[in-house]
Design a protein around this ligand. Sequence first.
Ligand SMILES: Cc1cc2nc3c(=O)[nH]c(=O)nc-3n(C[C@H](O)[C@H](O)[C@H](O)COP(=O)(O)OP(=O)(O)OC[C@H]3O[C@@H](n4cnc5c(N)ncnc54)[C@H](O)[C@@H]3O)c2cc1C
Length: 441
Amino acid sequence: MPERRGPAGRRLVVLVLWLGLLASVLPWWLETPTGSLRGTDDVLIAAGRITGLVAGYVLLVQLLLMSRLRLLERWIGTEQLARWHRDIGATLVIAVLAHTALILVGYAGLERQSLFGEIRVLLGYEHMVGAFAAAGIMVALGLLGIRAVRAALPYELWYYLHLSSYAVLVLGFGHQFTHGQQLFRPGPVRTGWLALYVVVLVALVWGRVVTPLAFNLRHRLRVADVVAESPDVFSIYLTGRRLDRLDVLGGQFFRWRFLARRCWWQSHPFSLSAAGNGRWLRVTVKVVGSHTADLRELNPGTRVWAVGPAGTFTAAHRRRPRALLIAGGSGIAPIRALLEEMPPGAALIYRARTPADVLLQRELDWLAEARGTQIWYVVGGRDDPAPRQALSARGLTRLVPDVARRDVYLCGPPGLLGAVTVALRRAGVPRRQIHQATFEL
Ligand SMILES: Cc1cc2nc3c(=O)[nH]c(=O)nc-3n(C[C@H](O)[C@H](O)[C@H](O)COP(=O)(O)OP(=O)(O)OC[C@H]3O[C@@H](n4cnc5c(N)ncnc54)[C@H](O)[C@@H]3O)c2cc1C
């Protein structure tokens, strides 16, 4: 089982990122004695420079977080990286806007120009058209990051628009190194920044191109079969070469690109619904939109391009010897795989609306017997009081009296996850022992 770097690795990465920020603004601090700021315009320009350095650095961090480097994904977790990326995104947009506004107003004051006049002057300099374009794209990306805007757009459209952040890197690069007060002169500061660019580019190429290419050339995955599990859920079985050498854990997911008509241009995340067994892989998919509906029609033999494995929702990230697994609906997929790798004595609570919605029941019962796992099927509609009681703090403690001393793994719809997390906290389960797979990146 791969090592769990978890919190220690995460703390190390956070420390390195903060030190990086400090190192990138330090030259500004050293080169800007307080006495040199004589008027408001000087102060504005100095503030514009520091926000420019912060924006440049945060953009590189943003790209690094999304580089899909295995090391980062293993230490921090794909879901956590995506959360950081989302949270830091707002800082980046604010830094870019502040940099643009402060430099414009500062220089307009110094040169006694109107704002429009100053924009015209700046656009005349080399690389400045690109810099303005980069700022415009950044602001548009900031708007796309707003939850309501993101939810209103088809996921793929949002995703492809989001990729324009690479253009920001290219368009903004030139002006940083020709006009940036701390960067235009050859020396250690400029060299350090260039090295940072190289590190991020190498990480991107390694994580997004080299690693997936090597994985797919080695394993050459294909669809073996598509099997219905319920009216709106089906499993896709995959075969390939050297699956016995696949380094994957139950609870992890891949981004799958099925190379069939209508599907090849999209890549979607699905968790394995059975732990790696050296012979085949399986995902269990609920039809929620057009892509998942198309996948149901896949033919055996279809080639598959997979990127992964990813995710820290694994038995290796456990803190306690025993675990409680709680699944709702199609959230059983990763939980079913996880169950295979949990030590004996695990407990499973599976919430479903109707008996027909209980998926993979035969395998679950078989696994429960083989691994000494206790399973409760909690079946009933949303307004049914019995399931609600079973998943309350008191109900959970009654079913699993030592719940507070277990790791709890949760996967299911957001409403269920929220309510069960509150109940678990009330039942005394420390936050660090609660692991959630939200099916959201
Ligand atoms: C880590 C992870 C693991 C998952 N595991 C499973 C699983 O085992 N079984 C299962 O049934 N579902 C799983 N999902 C959810 C699954 O990815 C979406 O239901 C599917 O992508 C929907 O695609 P669609 O075009 O059919 O539906 P849409 O109607 O297009 O999308 C429905 C919602 O799914 C999300 N989504 C859509 N496309 C993508 C994408 N390319 N990448 C990320 N999110 C997307 C968006 O939030 C969107 O609002 C998982 C999601 C994540 C993030």
